[in-house]
Design a protein around this ligand. Structure first.
Ligand code: GDD
Ligand code: MN
Length: 364
């Protein structure tokens, strides 16, 4: 059975119409609808009336609680179906897309996201500024979290999953975006997106607020810390930046003591590398299986650093000489390229996570 979870906050004018449209769109499919309502207006009364006439529809009213993401989780707990869908109550998410999503599940998908950003989709229902905010939020999420990178619309509030994707997974979202929580932490092999047109709101107004944007950033930061690979990468990046600071500081200090620049660069560069190594040992790869003695790990680290420098130079030179990009930008791309290779090699070789059982078991 398909369980459709619909969070509502003061949506008294659209819920009846939504039920009619769902009935029309899902004819012949076994489904149930669960409203999870936090309203302060008369929406609960409207929902009660709907339930009286529709055996497939139930509603939960939460007293004194609010929050879109937790409302969805409440709906998941109450749902009986093996397939769970989430959609908004305001008719911005067209019910006709549900059968298409359901077919994808039957064809073997574990997660199906309705996307505004695929060819054939459209986010026409958002005004200019909201469009920009939504896109920016999506880009921030994709930059921070690896699993969001293959998704065109990670901000979607319209999706369908098999229940086993979230069964036994500890979900504790902050605020609004339940989907990123599921994509980052869920257990799935096949994620599919289908295009849809985000329609203008039919009635009442949007509940999105600046506070929710702040919550979103907190949520992304928390997910980074909770997902081992993303955490490692960002810790590595921060350690690297602290190394640059240490390097620069030492270099200017030595300059003040009249040490010649070449010597100063060598000393501060080497010390910064030891600084980075110490932090990466104690922080970034703290939970990695340390199979080697410390000296061996350090030797590998130095080798990787040298490879990183070579990659850095190669990328810089390619961008500068072949593509004619200003040398400062070419250098920046070189640094990024070198750092990425550095991270990868350290992760897989220096700290020996190559072929590590835990890494192999992870599905994505
Ligand atoms: N139970 C509950 N509690 N429901 C809530 C709450 C709450 O605190 N806040 C909002 N809702 C419900 C609304 O009643 C609506 O049904 C749905 O959540 C989405 O809220 P909207 O106010 O309509 O949000 P939006 O249209 O600006 O954005 C929505 O669509 C986008 C595109 O899919 C959201 O779902 C976004 O997350 C999404 O990006
Ligand atoms: Mn809406």
């Amino acid at each position: 059975m398909l369980s459709i979870v619909v969070p509502t906050y003061n949506e008294n004018r659209t819920v009846c119409l939504l039920i009619d449209q769902l009935e029309e769109a899902l004819r012949g499919l076994p489904y149930e609808v669960i409203f999870v309502d936090d309203s302060s207006d008369d929406t609960p009364n409207v929902l009660q009336a709907i339930c009286a006439g529709h055996p497939r529809v139930r509603y939960i009213h939460r007293q004194g609680e609010r929050g879109l993401a937790t409302a969805v989780l409440e709906g998941f707990r109450a749902a009986r179906g093996a397939v769970l869908a989430v959609m908004d109550a305001d008719l911005q998410h067209p019910p006709e897309v549900l059968p298409i999503m359901y077919r994808e599940i039957q064809d073997g998908a574990d997660v199906v996201i309705a996307s505004r950003h695929l060819p054939g989709g459209d986010d026409g229902g958002l005004h200019g500024i909201r469009k920009v905010v939504s896109r920016t939020a999506g880009l921030i999420g994709k930059a921070a979290l690896r699993r969001l990178r293959s998704v065109t619309d990670p901000m979607s509030g319209f999706f369908m999953i098999r229940r086993r994707v979230v069964d036994g997974v500890c979900l504790n979202p902050v605020g609004w975006k339940i989907l990123i929580e599921i994509v980052v932490k869920g257990r799935y092999a096949r994620l599919v997106e289908v295009p849809y047109t985000f329609r203008p709101r039919a009635a009442n107004e949007s509940k999105m607020s600046p506070a929710e944007m702040f919550n979103y950033l907190r949520h992304v930061a928390r997910l980074v810390m909770q997902s081992p690979d993303d955490r490692r990468f960002w810790l590595f990046a921060m350690v690297g930046m602290s190394g640059v600071a240490v390097n620069t500081l030492l270099f200017s200090l030595l300059g003040r003591w009249n040490v010649i620049p070449e010597t100063a660069a060598f000393v501060s560069g080497s010390l910064a590398m030891i600084w980075n190594f110490a932090w990466n040992c104690g922080l970034t790869w703290r939970d990695a299986p340390h199979a080697d003695p410390l000296a061996v790990t350090f030797a590998k680290y130095v080798v990787v650093a040298l490879i990183g420098i070579v990659v850095n130079l190669a990328v810089l030179s390619m961008f500068y000489r072949l593509l004619d990009i200003p040398k400062e930008w070419a250098n920046l791309t070189g640094i990024i390229g070198g750092a990425l290779v550095n991270y990868r090699l350290n992760d897989r070789w220096t700290w020996r996570r190559w072929g590590n059982k835990r890494a192999r078991m992870r599905i994505s």
